[in-house]
Design a protein around this ligand. Structure first.
Ligand code: SF4
Ligand code: SF4
Length: 222
């Protein structure tokens, strides 16, 4: 790890990040910044006590916690991007919760999961979520794209779901196929089915934007 990576890692941890990783891409992951082929992945862990309040539906406290975790990640990513710029490089923070509008409702500017996997922090599970080696699926992610030099990246970890299908059986929408992801996890769940169910059944909590059941049941959280 070079000096810039060490500075960014230390600052990220100081600001509240629980996981920090680095990776490089052959071509930039977004057309918005074709010169930014390197990336920093950051994660914050969700509260075990808050997650434990989810049963067969999300709770208000989970929704508020989810939003706070996203806000913290966005703040950390913003500050890290500023630090990277101060060191003489370019940086683009990508928000934890992304939307590209009607044309790509289930796809962000950058896949945080792909960045986190390439950074060696974990893998994508059958629930379509990023499963971190240390905290399982009880985390939220954000990304900073950059041209800052990155000297080493950790190897991609093997998928650890094995024969487990708990998330498939727990999903009330039937949106989880119960299969390992092919590339970045986008194909092993039906995001439209998931979203429709949340909007129909959990409208009174964050207008149907959260659920959390497939996070809660994952045994990798332990
Ligand atoms: S968030 Fe809820 S509805 Fe969506 S895939 Fe997970 S368990 Fe199913
Ligand atoms: S619940 Fe089981 S199958 Fe689903 S993501 Fe977690 S470990 Fe994988």
């Amino acid at each position: 790890m070079n000096t810039s990576q060490t500075i960014i890692t230390e600052l990220a941890k100081e600001l509240g990040a629980d996981l920090v990783g680095f990776c490089t891409f052959e071509t930039a992951p977004t057309y918005l910044a074709p010169h930014l082929t390197h990336a920093v992945s950051i994660a914050v862990k969700l509260s075990d006590a808050v997650l434990s309040t989810i049963t067969d539906a999300p709770t208000y406290i989970y929704f508020q916690h989810y939003r706070t975790a996203n806000a913290l990640l966005d703040s950390i990513a913003f500050r890290l991007a500023r630090q990277i710029e101060k060191m003489g490089y370019s940086a683009m923070p990508v928000a934890a919760s992304q939307s590209q509008g009607k044309n790509a409702p289930y796809q962000g500017v950058v896949s945080h999961k792909t960045v986190a996997v390439k950074s060696g922090l974990g893998y994508v599970g059958k629930n379509g979520l990023f499963i971190s080696e240390l905290y399982g699926s009880k985390i939220r992610l954000a990304t900073i794209l950059t041209d800052m030099p990155i000297d080493e990246t950790k190897p991609v970890l093997e998928n650890g779901c094995g024969d487990c299908q708990l998330c498939k059986f727990a999903c009330p929408a039937g949106a989880i196929y119960g299969e390992l992801p092919t590339t970045d996890g986008e194909r092993n769940i039906d995001p439209e089915k998931c979203s429709r169910y949340m909007k129909e059944k959990f409208q009174d909590i964050g207008r149907g934007s959260v659920c959390g059941i497939c996070i809660k049941v994952c045994p990798k959280n332990k």
